[in-house]
Design a protein around this ligand. Sequence first.
Ligand code: RUB
Length: 323
Amino acid sequence: MIPEEVLRVAEDIREMRVRGASRIARAAVEALLLAAEKYQGSDPGDFALYMRRVAEVLVSTRPTAVTLPNAVNYVVSALRGARGSVEELRGLVVERCRSFISYIDSALDRIAEIGSRVLSSGDVVLTHCNSLAAIKVIARAHERKGLSRVYATETRPRFQGLTTYRMLSQAGVEVVLIPDSAVRYVMREVDKVVVGADAIAANGAVVNKIGTSLIALAARERGVDFYVAAETYKFSPYTLIGELVEIEEREASEVVPADLLAKHPLLSVRNPAFDVTAPEYVTGIITELGVFPPAAAALVLREMYRSEPGAEAPALVRGVEEE
Ligand code: RUB
């Protein structure tokens, strides 16, 4: 039986009470930790099966953020070929969970440090949605050298821009909230764009909140640098073996309230949650290992993931393993 608390975390991710690729990964790993601690049986084979079931429930919640399968695979792959008592197997899982969680924190801190160097004193920065990695970069740059202001998109239809406003205001940054459709209008005032990512493909394409690719187009038109802040566990090993990143389509009721939808039974609505920005629009990807051109994505993947013949997908983040 999967514990109630674990199912609640899965529901929180599905219903977007927990949002943003790294916070989703953290919540999933914390849920795996809880599940391991709560297991009461004494059969090691049953424990491994139970952990795989918990992993499947967590991974099935949202399809686009590759942090979710990357983090979950990193944890449960500890059980692959492992022998020992339930206590010993539980120990392996707990250790992986703790090392992943501490890796998230140190990766974000390094991204803030490295990313703050690409911004300059007095810059006007534009960001989209609510990305912890992008916010850390902007806040650190403001602390070190002082930014003029940040344009934050409201992010239709879920208004994640308000969270960005709250987080950046707490860091002392002046934030101006704009409708998503005003991006091109304000781009003439913008020095740099910094956004996050849910997944980065082997060809350097960036999957992020819907609207990101339009922002990249508007930035290119004005010659504005477009940076993506992303931990290496956002690079998708699945794209290295030819898979595409699935773009989540959410309910129409997020766009048009349910009562209005009921009044217009013939109205058809689409609500894609993410889009793909082609690598040629990306100036640099700011990772905890350095700033890379998108063309280096496949190299980053090869560096970070160890291929295991016969495995469903390469699963281990080497940097995490070595922490
Ligand atoms: C959030 C979003 C963020 C990325 C990166 O989408 O697109 O830009 O997840 O975030 P949603 P972070 O609100 O649909 O989850 O840098 O925090 O991992």
